[in-house]
Design a protein around this ligand. Structure first.
Ligand code: GLU
Length: 486
């Protein structure tokens, strides 16, 4: 590492969504910069105009802002090394490609489509890897001048040494060596004067003073060529940190179609952004101790690239669920209520229900907000259910004693005027005492009668309080009817 200030960058291509792996790259780049009091730069890599997606850059700004990964320089806020959008830097790439020709690291290539196609066919027939044969690198100065003068279209290709080995060090994957003979003289500048992706990336990393390049390991195989470019220009090579992929399982990728690949997918499922970010930090990185819950500031403190693992990270949804639950419990009841409200509205239309009471019940039981509607699906309408729901081994209930106890509870509840959680509690517990039965033998049947479900947020007393007297009595009567028919 050089003594200069650490400068990292997040260099997304605007795809229209923020893949979990990309957000992790952004996070690690942010953490590395901030843990060294350095700068975190945002650069938009939009050289591939064909893939342009409307509004895609806004998705990037929005995600970074929401997750708190605040960049110090970028297209929206400027900086000393701009512009920070590659489509606004076209003139720069051309200039540097020409400079590289002068330095001997690149050459003009005038081969037309037909020749390249012929070459491809020959190589295919000979069963050798497809690679440009370097024909134009052998043209004389005069031949090149003449072709340029007569306006023959050209590209600029990287001049890869014919032999030798290129070696580079990656902080995660170690030292990697590649035979130069396996590398192709790739195009750096296309015939329309626009750069290819790899070239623009290297020029920008250098011009923007990037000291540490953090990106996905899919770029490892391009890195030798990047290195040769840096060397040909005489530029300092940055520290490389390639991160392993994030996978659904050992063989399956996260999939956008299945809704488990992007930050937005998880927000839509009702995960908290803090939990998502915390979880993503742990995808392939470990703090070296057993801590798992981190604020962004704590991550800055703890982050060290030595903790990045080189094996693929498997996305563990159960762990994300657990973390999300932890973050939900850290919210105040009011904060929880505010975030839960839209989900209550999906399940409940009855205006008499006190939704704040639901928040009290759900705050400690919610794993993610999108689970909420299904937990409340019995409130507007009692679901159909069968007598077997009244069987509960541990509570020692069955349809017979449930019928008896519901029948005993009905008149007591009908008489109760002051319908509050407290009075319901007192009334039902004195009934339990009078009957000489176990608590659950009264409370379980009430819970089932009120909800038609086995699992509910809260027990019989809380549900009766929530539903109110009229609805509760109606449902208990229905339960009695159902058990009598049987
Ligand atoms: N633009 C690339 C991407 O979105 C990132 C390349 C890099 O970080 O070097 O995958």
């Amino acid at each position: 590492m050089s003594n200069s200030q650490v400068r990292t960058r997040f260099a997304p291509s605007p795809t229209g969504y923020m893949h979990v792996g990309n957000l992790r790259t952004a996070l690690y780049a942010y953490l590395l910069a901030k843990s060294h009091n350095g700068k975190f730069i945002l650069r938009i890599e939009d050289t591939d105009q064909e893939r342009y997606v409307e509004g895609a850059i806004d998705v990037i700004y929005k995600t970074l802002a929401e997750t708190g990964l605040k960049h110090d320089e970028g297209p929206d806020i400027g900086g000393d090394y701009g512009p920070y959008i590659q489509s606004e830097r076209k003139h720069i790439y051309k200039e540097y490609a020409e400079k590289l020709v002068e330095l001997g690291g690149a050459y003009y290539c005038f081969c037309d489509k037909e020749r390249l196609e012929q070459l491809r066919q020959q190589q295919e027939a000979a069963n050798v890897a497809h690679k440009y044969d370097g024909y134009c690198s052998r043209l004389s100065k005069e031949e090149i001048e003449a072709r340029l003068k007569s306006g023959i279209p050209y590209v600029i290709r990287q001049k890869i040494p014919n032999d030798g080995v290129t070696t580079f060090k990656d902080e995660v994957f170690g030292t990697i060596s590649v035979e130069n003979s396996t590398l192709d003289d790739n195009i750096l500048l296309k015939s329309d004067g626009l750069p290819t992706y790899n070239f623009a990336n290297v020029v920008d990393d250098h011009l923007m003073g990037i000291t540490h390049v953090i990106r996905g390991s899919e770029y490892l195989s391009s890195t030798p060529k990047y290195n040769l470019l840096y060397e040909a220009f005489g530029w300092e090579i940055p520290t490389y940190i390639h991160c392993p992929p994030v996978m659904k399982s050992a063989t399956k990728k996260l999939s956008k179609r299945e809704g488990d690949a992007s930050y937005e997918d998880f927000i839509a499922k009702g995960y908290l952004k803090e939990a998502i970010l915390n979880y993503i930090a742990l995808l392939g990185w470990s703090p070296g101790d057993d801590r798992e819950i981190f604020t962004l500031e704590e991550l800055v403190e703890a982050f060290d690239i030595k903790g990045i693992s080189k094996s693929p990270a498997i996305f563990d949804i159960q762990k994300l669920d657990w973390l999300n639950g932890e973050y939900i419990r850290k919210l105040s009841l009011d904060e929880f209520h505010e975030k839960a409200l839209p989900y209550y509205k999906k399940a409940i239309s009855n205006p008499n229900i006190d939704l704040y009471k639901i928040s009290k019940l759900l705050h400690t039981r919610t794993v993610k907000f999108s689970d909420i509607p299904a937990m409340l699906d019995f409130i507007d309408v009692l679901p159909e259910y069968g007598p077997e729901l009244y069987i509960h081994k541990k509570m020692k209930t069955n349809p017979e004693n449930s019928l008896e106890n519901l029948k005993a509870a009905l008149p007591v509840l009908e008489e109760l005027d002051n319908w509050t959680e407290e009075s319901l509690h007192n009334t039902l517990f004195s009934l339990i005492e009078k009957l000489g039965v176990k608590n659950g033998q009264v409370l379980w049947p009430i819970r089932v009668a009120l909800s038609g479900k086995e699992s509910t947020p809260g027990g019989g007393i809380e549900l009766a309080d929530l539903l109110g007297k009229e609805e509760s009595i109606k449902r208990i009567k229905k339960g009695i009817e159902l058990l009598e028919i049987k």
